[in-house]
Design a protein around this ligand. Sequence first.
Ligand code: SF4
Length: 363
Amino acid sequence: MKRESADNILADEAGLAVLPSLTPLLLEWFQANGRKHLPWRKNHQAYRVWVSEIMLQQTRVETVIPYFERFMKELPTIQSLAQVSDARLMKLWEGLGYYSRAKNLKKAAGVLVEEYHGEMPSSYGELLSLPGIGPYTAGAIASISFGIPVPAVDGNVYRVLSRLLDSEADINAGAVQKQFYQAAQTMVPSKYPGNFNEAMMDLGATICLPGKNPHCEKCPFNEVCLGFERDTAGDLPYKSPKKKRKIEERTVFVIHQNGRYLLCQRPDKGLLAGQWELPNEEGHLPAPATKKRLESLGCKILSMSSLPASKHIFSHIEWHMIGYAVEAKWLQIPERSWWVSPEELAEAVALPSAFSAYRPYIK
Ligand code: SF4
C-alpha cells in the first residue's frame, strides 16, 4: 500500500474540520451501546480507573476483569496499595505479565500517600508526573474521574481516526501521533469528556476492530467515514514494521528434592527484575551437557527426563525453551534460591507466565 509522508496525517484538511461535529453521534451511540457492565465503570473513582487502565495495557478486557475484582477486594484504597508487600502484589498480578506495571502502581501509591494525602491529584499534569502514568492513562483518569476535557489516545483512537480520515500516515511515528492527539482533542466535549473517551475505547474494541473486517454497518460514523466510503478501512492504520524480536534459547529446569522445588531470583534489573523463576540457562542444552552443568553447580542427579519445548513472547524478546525435570540432591544451594513446596508456590509466589508451560510439573 502506498503511504503518504509520515509527517502528515491528512491529505485533505477538510476532514479535520468535520471531526468535532462527530462527537454527538459517538456519545449517542455510547449511550445505547457502551460497555457499562465493566466493573471499573460501576463508579468513576480515580483509583479504580487508574488500576483498570494500567491492567488493560497490553491485556484483554476479559482477562483483566477477574484480576481487577480481586485486586480491588484486597487493595481497596491507595493506602492499602502503598503498604502491600511486594510478594503479595506480584501474586495478585501473576499471569498478567509486564510486572513493572504493578511495581509502578505501588511506587505511585507511595508518592500519593506521601505527597497527596493518599488521594489522586485532579490535574492532568500532576497525574502525568506519577510513576507509570503516561499521557493515555493521565487522559483517561483526568477525563473520566475529574471531567477534564483531554483525550485518552491509544491504538484504538489511532485506528478509528486513521480510518475516518482515510489517512495512511505512519502511526508509529511520533509526529503523526502528535497530530492524532490534536485531532482527538478537537473532538473532546467540555461536558462529559470521560464518556467521550470511554466511547472511543468501546468503538475501537467492539466496532472499528483491527484487521480486515470492521463492523462498519453498525458504526455511528459510517456516513462520513472516508475509509469506509473508499474501502480502505481494512488496510488502516498504516504502521511501519517494528524491529524483529530477538530470539533467545533457554533450557529450563524443574528441579525437585524431597517434594520441594527449586526457584531462583532474577537479577534486580532488566527483564522480570527481581522475580522468582524456575532455574534456567542460556542455550538449548542437550541432556549430557545439562547433567554436567547441574553437577558443576553442586547437584547430584537422581533422575532426569525431558519436558516439552515451549515459547514465550515478551515485547522485544522471544524465549524458545526446552526443559528437564530433575530429581536432585543439592550439596550446596545456589545463591538467591529457595526450595518451595507446591502449596507455597500456589499461595505466596508469583511465577512469571513465561514459565507457565512448566508449572504443571510442580505438583
Ligand atoms: Fe471504523 Fe468502519 Fe466506523 Fe469507519 S465506518 S470508523 S472504518 S467501523
